[in-house]
Write a protein that binds this ligand. Structure first.
Ligand code: 13P
Length: 249
């Protein structure tokens, strides 16, 4: 399976940041030919302009969230249809920052993933345990319950991605041991196979949480780790491309 490297810019990036995305786009075609797909999920304000600017470059774009409805009286929200219309390929749903800041439950995340699929987008469904949950020995149970509740009943092959992002590893510089990542990705893979059969086995599983050019090679060469969802290190082309080069070595 080709590796997928997705940058999540979160609430960072003014128009000037399109320059960094341009540098990333310039590397995207060559990356594709070496079986690495690059994508950037900028803030919603930059999605249409970035999508337009990167047509034909091989760099894909995505949104960081969508509403579960197609349209209506939901001030400030953006529908999956709008995300698609802006030129995106992916939409992140259920990021832990949205689960925490906006009280999104797995049931809501599942509706968002369904809306994304209906709009022709590929949802990147995020799951991950908190530090307290890991210390209590509940990490796997929590993550598998999120997978069960957030992944819709049906999706096309290649049409859905899962990102495992331990909450305590996000933006902290802390990374789980490779053994823990291997175990969690293996458990998610098994759960998807049990529910969906071969379709479940084909779902790409990304790791996210303090990925950088130094730790990427160890993490991304593990079984059932098909790529990374990268926050801080994706804001500058240099940092993001270091991850690309690390996994190509
Ligand atoms: P960092 O790479 O900054 O830890 O963020 C990870 C993340 O939350 C990506 O969605």
């Amino acid at each position: 399976m080709a590796k997928l490297l997705v940058g999540n810019w979160k609430m960072n990036g003014l128009k000037a940041a399109l320059y960094e995305a341009g540098l990333i786009a310039a590397a995207a075609k060559a990356a594709q030919s070496q079986s690495v797909q690059l994508a950037i999920c900028p803030p919603a304000t930059l999605l249409a302009s970035l999508s337009e600017a990167t047509i034909g470059t091989g760099l894909l774009t995505g949104a960081q969230d969508c509403h579960e409805k197609v349209s209506g009286a939901h001030t400030g929200d953006i529908s999956a249809t709008m995300v698609k219309d802006a030129g995106a390929h992916f939409v992140i749903v259920g990021h832990s920052e949205r689960r925490a800041d906006h009280h999104e439950t797995s049931a809501v995340v599942c509706l968002k993933a369904q809306a994304a699929l209906a709009a022709g987008l590929v949802p990147i469904v995020c799951v991950g345990e908190t530090r307290a949950e890991r210390e209590a020995g509940q990490a796997e149970a929590v993550v598998l319950a999120q997978v069960d509740g957030s992944v819709p009943e049906t999706f096309p092959e290649g049409g859905l991605v899962i990102a495992y992002e331990p909450v305590w590893a996000i933006g902290t510089g802390l990374v789980p041991s490779t053994g823990d990542v291997l175990a969690m990705h293996g458990a998610i893979h098994q759960r998807l196979v049990a529910r969906f059969g071969p379709l479940g086995a084909s779902v790409p599983l990304l790791y996210g949480g303090s990925v950088n050019g130094t730790n990427a090679a160890d993490l991304l060469h593990l079984d059932h780790v098909d790529g990374a969802l990268v926050g801080g290190a994706s804001l500058k082309a240099d940092g993001f491309l270091k991850i690309l080069h690390a996994i190509q070595e």
